[in-house]
Write a new protein. Structure first.
Lengths: 108, 122
């Protein structure tokens, strides 16, 4: 049972827009802690995708965007591509580092 | 470019102590620019943060694992290590070492090792 709740799976066709939610509580996201997002391609280590709720590291396409409101955060991916098929994790802080359970994105 | 590489036994017996080392290259642990963490991922499951260490030796552990975890640093070798005692099958996971910038905020893991699978079995 993860402190941050994510949908187990989402899917979309190439070119479409998908969003992945990350729901927390008043002790983590709602307390003002930032949310960060990671992409994990099959068989590889996670890669930082979004930090500080909505900032992209250098090299991350602007198709990826993040937002935060209240006790939740969202990752949006526009112009979906086959290479986006991966697991996505949100991360925040709640007395220690906490991760969401992960969301598997399938590109149809 | 900082690179991290985990090393250690891939098989540990139940009740024994799991020991892993992470070697950092392309940057110095002693610079103080980063906190150094261990994160694990059971097969087919999500990520769990274990704890971090600073070059000075100060540590912070996940409360759920604190009683069994020790993280140490060897600045002369540019390495940091994990010891997890009294392991059970539930500790079977891919173990990652990761670096987060010393920004004064909560950790953001922008450097990751490739991960190493540790299986707990007799």
């Amino acid at each position: 049972q993860s402190v941050l709740t994510q949908p187990p799976s989402v899917s979309g066709a190439p070119g479409q827009r998908v969003t992945i939610s990350c729901t927390g509580s008043s002790s983590n996201i709602g307390a003002g802690y930032d949310v960060h997002w990671y992409q994990q391609l099959p068989g590889t280590a996670p890669k930082l995708l979004i930090y500080g709720n909505s900032n992209r590291p250098s090299g991350v396409p602007d198709r990826f965007s993040g937002s935060k409101s209240g006790t939740s955060a969202s990752l949006a991916i526009t112009g979906l591509q086959a290479e986006d098929e991966a697991d996505y994790y949100c991360q925040s802080y709640d007395s220690s580092v906490v991760f969401g359970g992960g969301t598997k994105l399938t590109v149809l | 470019q900082v690179q991290l590489q985990e090393s250690g036994p891939g098989l540990v017996k139940p009740s024994q102590t799991l020991s892993l080392t992470c070697t950092v290259s392309g940057g110095s642990i002693s610079s103080g620019d980063y906190y150094w963490s261990w994160i694990r991922q059971p097969p087919g499951k999500g990520l769990e943060w274990i704890g971090y260490i600073y070059y000075s030796g100060s540590t912070y552990y996940n409360p759920s694992l604190k009683s069994r975890v020790t993280i140490s640093v060897d600045t002369s070798k540019n390495q940091f290590s994990l010891k997890l005692s009294s392991v059970t099958a539930a500790d079977t996971a891919v173990y990652y070492c990761a670096g987060s910038p010393n920004s004064g905020y909560d950790p953001i893991f922008d450097y990751w090792g490739q991960g190493t699978l540790v299986t707990v079995s007799s």
